[in-house]
Design a protein around this ligand. Structure first.
Ligand SMILES: NC(=O)NCCC[C@H](N)C(=O)O
Length: 501
């Protein structure tokens, strides 16, 4: 068994205890406009500012998950008064906070690179997918320091010898800050992603090797990989397109101990969904229900976690475009602003929701036709069903908070900047972006306090408050630059360990 003190997630809400993150690296500062589409960015980013915003996120995580590291962070903040990146936030720097609860992918990769056998395999496979020359591969092998090598493998840039020249060896991984997408913990199993786009392929590959870190003991048995079948290469182009298998973690939610939600989206294909259902039922994951949510394939809603997230047992945040209530109004022709404003036929595609059950008394059979006997009217119907059936919430107490309070155009604008992508630190305490003001008002109306991260730090420092005492609160991060990368706190987190609810 993997050590359940290291890895175990059975909900989106249990108190967060261990997490994988990735601080914005130098690669983000090297995005060029000609590569926006390929590298999945919509703008260039002011890296220094983004790092400041991200550091608050890391500090917040440390307060809740590893408070013993806070005095070190405070000392570092006092010492270093210039506005460069603080050493304590740089993996590999001697002053790095080195937490075993808040873990950076770069830090984990460097640890794995210490094993010379793995190091050779990692370099060879990265070079293979990136089409590097033999000379480049040799150059990488010659980098002795594991932290330096980890940095190069992530940023794609060699250590800078000449300040006037940036030497790329392959493309950067500017989306690696969204660690949610590289893997997902399902109870005590680790499901590896298979990125949908070339831009994120190396992330999936590196995560496969990070799974060799000692945290993931007995990994072979507890790692689930979803792949195309061995004879995929025999299919013609059209068939390959239809059976392409890709899955990204933003489409999987470990919602309750026996229940996962799986998105079928621009990034997670029907073939992957089918394989996930079979894989979780076949392995002893404890999963008995898989609810599949098919969303339209659009950039604005690339994964299901851009459409909704769970905030408290009885509270969800949802993008109203997928509200069955709004749908009904539209069908009755009462609702026309989208047609007026966007004239886009795709705007109102509906979601499809199907639930699969593991047969109770039958041993796993790959040919089994799992029951699909629940049809949901729409998203609210599903979210209510989860709160009521999985969390024993009384029927009339379920609350749905809508992006932009369901007011056009704030609903669309705020969803774009991740108003629906919240990360729960525990049941009822979640991290959001400050810029989504109408959504925050809606949270306030639903009874939540809204608190800036810095305000909270001050309260903690003056001992007015402790993380344990924070309740029913949305903690907001500055998000001018962070939101440009198109993901919120949910995307920027790979929870490894959460307390049982
Ligand atoms: N789970 C998520 O929704 N992750 C956000 C990923 C954003 C990134 N720029 C991407 O397009 O992949």
């Amino acid at each position: 068994m993997p050590n359940e003190n290291n890895i175990h997630v059975s909900s989106e809400l249990g108190a967060l205890q261990r997490i994988i993150i990735h601080s914005p690296d130098g690669g983000i500062g090297k995005i060029v406009p000609s590569k926006f589409k390929d590298w999945l960015y919509d703008d260039t980013v002011f890296l220094k500012q983004m790092r400041k915003e991200y550091n608050d996120y890391v500090k917040l995580l440390l307060y809740f998950l590893d408070p013993e590291k806070i005095p070190h962070i405070q000392a570092c903040e006092k010492q270093q008064t210039d506005d460069s990146q603080l050493d304590c936030f740089k993996p590999g720097n001697p002053a790095y906070f080195n937490s075993d609860k808040v873990l950076d992918v770069e830090y984990l990769l460097a640890k794995v690179l210490r094993d010379s056998h793995l190091r050779d395999r990692i370099i060879a496979s990265v070079c293979a997918i990136e089409g590097c020359s033999y000379a480049t591969e040799k150059q990488l092998c010659e980098i002795a320091d594991e932290h330096e090598l980890a940095k190069v493998l992530i940023t794609g840039v060699l250590p800078q010898k000449n300040p006037n020249k940036v030497q790329f060896v392959f493309q950067p991984l500017p989306n690696f800050i969204f660690t949610r997408d590289i893997s997902i913990v399902i109870n005590n199993y680790l499901l590896l992603s298979k990125a949908a786009t070339e831009a994120r392929e190396r992330e999936s590959l590196l995560m496969r090797y990070i799974a060799y870190h000692e945290l993931f003991t007995d990994k072979q048995e507890y790692v689930i990989e979803i792949n195309e079948s061995n004879d995929f290469f025999l299919l013609d182009e059209v068939q390959q397109q239809q059976r392409k298998t890709s899955l990204e973690g933003g489409d999987i939610m470990m919602i309750a101990p026996n229940h996962i939600l799986v998105g079928c989206s621009a990034r997670t294909t029907p073939s992957a969904v089918n394989k996930i259902v079979h894989a979780v039922f076949k392995n002893k994951t404890g999963i008995e229900k898989v609810t599949v949510i098919k969303i339209p394939s659009q950039r604005a809603i690339m994964h299901i976690d851009t459409v909704f997230t769970h905030v408290r047992k009885d509270v969800w945040v949802l993008f109203g475009r997928f509200s069955e209530v709004l749908m009904r109004e539209r069908n009755e022709q009462k609702f026309s602003y989208y047609d007026d404003f966007t004239n886009n036929d795709e705007t109102f595609e509906e979601v499809e929701i199907i639930r699969f059950y593991k047969p109770a008394h039958i041993t796993y059979n790959p040919a089994a036709d799992y029951r699909q006997d629940i049809v949901f009217k729409g998203m609210e119907d599903l979210l209510r069903n989860i709160s009521i059936k999985d969390f024993d919430v009384p029927e009339n107490e379920v609350k749905i908070v809508y992006s932009g309070n369901n007011i056009f155009p704030y609903d669309e604008r705020e969803q774009w900047t991740d108003s629906c992508n919240l990360l729960a630190l525990k049941d009822g305490v979640a991290i959001a972006y400050d810029r989504n003001e109408e959504t925050l008002k809606a949270f306030k109306e639903a009874g939540f306090s809204i608190k800036k991260a810095e305000e909270l730090f001050n309260d903690f420092e003056s001992s007015e408050l402790t993380p344990e005492k924070v309740k029913d609160t949305i903690i907001i991060l500055s998000s001018n630059e962070l939101s440009r990368a198109r993901g919120g706190a949910h995307c920027m987190s790979l929870p490894l360990l959460r307390a049982e609810l």
